[in-house]
Design a protein around this ligand. Structure first.
Ligand SMILES: NC(=O)c1ccc[n+]([C@@H]2O[C@H](COP(=O)([O-])OP(=O)(O)OC[C@H]3O[C@@H](n4cnc5c(N)ncnc54)[C@H](OP(=O)(O)O)[C@@H]3O)[C@@H](O)[C@H]2O)c1
Length: 306
């Protein structure tokens, strides 16, 4: 089958190549999915799991990409809950070959059915960004109606979904980003916008929850904004400055079939729209990773053209 592979850790993106590789093996509780569309995270080649398996053994050449939508073509021994021919979406294990390929073997529990009226491109834009936004706001941030949330990177893949989910949950949403992100952040539902390049974070006052996707100095300066009892939640790195009398949480998204199904229902009813900056073909993955042209939202790789 055709897949994107990478072998050379030092070269990273430069080494992304279209290759012929063996069809994947369906292990116990796995399904093999014919991938129709796939998503990736621009920084994923810096993650240790992109190069080694769970035991730390070299697994190159590895196939990147952890978001997918497609059709189940094979069930591993003992696999329940999904059937051959079913449309699915979800995410591929961090430490196994990923979804930038014609076929991928995935644990069935990482996937949910993809309703027939959601196209594969949208399905591939939801899993990691949608679950990260959901888990960050509601599980880790414990955000509730009437609270105020500051969402950094509000025009990005995770941030734009977080804005929509927080708004629908009845929170007051302050989005942040670069000056050029203002329009998109307000369009997806932010009540107000702060330009991190020119506005002062301190002017935000205090908030119940900060949801950070950027890290560094922006994360550190956000700690002081969190009200007592609130939460500083980040997906970027463990915070080095902690809020007073509030929780600080760095987390990595976890697969959850029920939450994926809930996200799909929101998409169907028009309450949630993933921001897709464009679609590319498998042969264009290296270019898509390099993001020479930066536009808001996620780039989706159409493995099978729509
Ligand atoms: N821990 C987890 O479970 C988890 C899950 C998903 C993603 N992540 C990580 O979270 C990060 C965000 O993911 P994403 O998919 O949302 O990425 P994304 O689509 O690139 O969104 C990030 C947004 O933040 C903006 N931004 C970044 N640095 C900024 C700065 N210094 N000032 C102002 N705006 C800035 C970006 O603008 P520009 O594009 O102009 O830079 C973009 O709009 C990535 O590093 C990803 O690896 C972690």
């Amino acid at each position: 089958m055709k897949a994107i592979t990478v072998r050379d850790r030092a070269a990273g993106i430069e080494d992304l190549t279209v290759s012929e590789v063996p069809y994947p093996h369906a292990a116990e509780n796995d399904v093999v999915v014919r991938v129709h569309a796939a998503g990736f995270t621009p920084g994923e080649l810096t993650w240790p799991a992109s190069w080694t398996d769970r035991a730390g053994r070299d697994r190159t050449p590895s196939i990147p990409g952890h978001e997918l939508s497609g059709v189940v073509v094979e069930l591993g021994y003992g696999t329940t809950g999904l059937s051959i021919g079913q449309r699915v979406f979800g995410f591929a294990d961090w430490a196994r070959d990923g979804s930038l390929a014609e076929y991928v073997a995935v644990e069935a529990r990482n996937l949910a059915p993809l309703p027939a009226d959601i196209d594969f491109t949208v399905g591939a834009a939801l899993p990691i960004s949608g679950l990260t936004a959901w888990q960050g706001l509601f599980e880790h941030g414990r955000l509730t109606a009437g609270q105020t949330v500051l969402i950094h990177g509000a025009a990005g893949g995770v941030g734009s979904l977080a804005v929509q989910l927080a708004r629908e949950a009845g929170a007051f949403v302050i989005g942040t980003g670069r000056a050029a992100d203002r329009k998109v952040a307000l369009q997806v539902g932010a009540d107000s916008f702060l330009d991190l390049g020119s506005d002062s974070l301190a002017d935000v006052g205090s908030v119940d929850v900060v949801f950070d996707v950027i890290g560094g100095d922006i994360l550190s300066r956000s700690a002081a904004l969190v009200r007592p009892g609130g939460a500083l939640v980040t997906i970027a790195e463990p915070p080095s400055v902690l809020p007073e009398n509030a929780r600080a949480v760095f987390f990595v998204v976890e697969p959850d079939r029920a939450q994926l199904a809930d996200l799909a229902q929101r998409v169907r009813s028009g309450r949630l729209t993933p921001l897709i900056s464009g679609t590319r073909r498998l042969e264009e993955v290296a270019d898509a990773f390099a993001r020479r042209v930066r536009t808001p939202g996620k780039t989706i790789i159409q493995v099978v053209p729509d």
